[in-house]
Ligand binder design. Structure first.
Ligand code: EPZ
Length: 457
């Protein structure tokens, strides 16, 4: 197999190469889609065939940040190297001194031998909020960090106060100045602390868990997030020499160590991508074999899908998803922190309900503004009314193709799903959101019978 690699080198380049394979060719351009590119979907085909699920985006980004904690190389396998978010974070990390090699066979090497800058600038952070996850590792290893405040986004204000308060509890001196979080660990070292989160936050749990691995003493995180991606991150850190207990429970205990070392880790499958294709089958009918993924981390989605009338089962490393014949029944869900129903699957599930028999209700409890897809779905003929953080979806006979606008990653994919079942042609604008989180979506859907293509704006 011919393997290509994209290299992200620190500004003051060192002699080391993140990928020793001399047969590799450097990918010249990392831009997948321009802001003008659109997606054209012609609806009506049932889906049939195999889709290979990629490694989880929301684990990958955190594992990449964890590489800042050691001077040794960290190798990540099953990595969704085609995602724009991965490439953006590679830029941030290389800016800080990390050599990053992203290979087209899904193996990445990150080597932060020395931290050469402690600033994550606005220009990079604004492209992707997850960049704020360099704060904990930088402070822990380097004793100083300066990270641009990410600002609001389409989902709402999304503050990072819990990250900041947690680091302050660990002894960091933090100032917010000129749009930056400027943080210093006195004598270059954070100290252990007991931190109780007032609400469950994925990012704050991850940032503080990484920071605590190199702190002096023991840190206890209470009311911590329990997402499978956090458990996976904990596994990476443990392989790197960290001492962590309680992963997957609301209380995580981390005993700081002096140093972490390199490791190799294979990233868990993307449960949100898996769930997205399950909802696609719910809408379009047919049967998909989702390869290299699991059902156990999707119980909160699979149980309402069963209730609605779908057939889903694990077969070895694959998941078979089927809907033949009858329409789905309307069901109600509420988004919650894991193990509850994932907010990242809400838009896709809602799209599926647009064609259900009867009605379904969705209550969004995680983000204040995550119904941006609703007006677009209504333009395609859906019957949805919103009351505060709840939406009632009354099933209609059919959706009709239209020109629609994508607003964020999951809203974008929801519109793709709507297009797959709608009568006629749907054109989705601003599809660069999709490239942030869905690897090879056009190829994956085309292979199972969908009519979908990128078109120039
Ligand atoms: C992660 O975001 C995911 N992003 C999101 O996925 C996901 O929707 C979210 O977790 C919830 O599951 C990544 O993993 C990169 P949070 P994160 O901190 O960590 C509030 C996608 O589509 N909050 O758990 O930013 C916050 O405003 C993305 O892939 C504070 O008030 O989410 C929100 O209402 C979108 N203060 C709630 O907590 C803080 O300091 C949960 O946010 C932090 C969060």
């Amino acid at each position: 197999m011919s393997v290509t690699v994209q290299k992200f080198m620190p500004p003051q380049n060192s002699n080391q190469d993140p990928d020793q394979n001399s047969d590799v060719e450097i990918i010249k351009s990392n831009v997948q889609s321009s802001t003008l590119e659109k997606m054209r979907v012609v609806g009506g085909n049932a889906l049939k065939g195999n889709i290979k699920i990629s490694g989880a985006k929301n684990a990958t980004l955190k594992h990449m940040c964890a590489a800042l904690l050691t001077e040794d190389p960290v190798t990540l396998e099953n990595m969704p190297v085609g995602l724009q978010d991965v490439r953006t974070l590679a830029e941030v990390l290389s800016h800080l001194g990390t050599m990053v090699g992203l290979r087209s066979d899904g193996v990445a090497t990150l080597h932060a031998e020395a931290i050469t800058s402690h600033t994550a600038p606005y220009d990079l952070v604004r492209k992707m909020r997850a960049s704020v996850l360099v704060l904990g590792p930088l402070l822990a290893r380097h004793g100083v960090a300066q990270v641009s405040l990410p600002g609001g986004c389409a989902l709402g204000a999304r503050p990072i106060d819990l990250h900041i308060k947690g680091l302050q509890a660990m002894g960091a001196e933090i100032e917010l100045e000129d749009g930056y979080v400027k943080a210093v660990a006195p004598q270059g070292k954070l100290k252990g602390a007991e931190i109780t989160f007032p609400l469950v936050s994925v990012g704050a749990t991850e940032n503080l868990m990484m920071a605590a691995t190199l702190a002096k003493g023991t840190t206890i995180l209470k009311n911590a997030a329990r997402e499978p991606e956090i458990v996976d991150q904990g596994k990476v850190l443990i392989k790197m020499g960290a001492k962590i207990e309680g992963l997957g429970t609301p209380t995580i205990t981390i005993e700081g160590v002096d140093k972490l070392h390199g490791t190799t880790h294979s990233i868990l499958p993307d449960r949100i991508e898996t769930g997205t294709y399950m909802c696609a089958v719910g809408l379009c009918g047919g049967e998909l074999r989702l390869q290299n993924t699991r059902t156990d981390f999707l119980s909160a989605l699979i149980s309402p899908l069963h209730e609605a009338g779908m057939d889903i089962k694990q077969e070895g490393d694959d998941v078979i998803v089927r809907r033949n014949g009858a329409k789905l029944k309307g069901v109600d869900i509420m988004t919650e922190a894991y193990p509850g129903f994932a907010t990242d699957l809400q838009a896709q599930f809602m799209t599926m309900l647009t064609l259900c028999e009867g009605a379904g209700m969705i209550c969004e409890t995680i983000f204040e503004n995550r119904f941006m897809h609703v007006p677009e779905l209504c333009r395609m003929g859906a019957d949805i009314s919103i009351r505060g953080n709840s939406a009632i979806i009354r099933g209609v006979e059919k959706l009709k193709g239209a020109e629609v606008m994508a607003t964020d990653l999951r809203a974008s994919v929801a519109l793709v799903l709507a297009g797959l079942v709608a009568e006629g042609e749907t054109v989705i604008n601003r599809i660069y959101h999709l490239d942030r989180g869905y690897e090879n979506i056009v190829e994956k859907l085309t292979n199972v019978g969908a009519q979908i293509e990128r078109v120039k704006g």
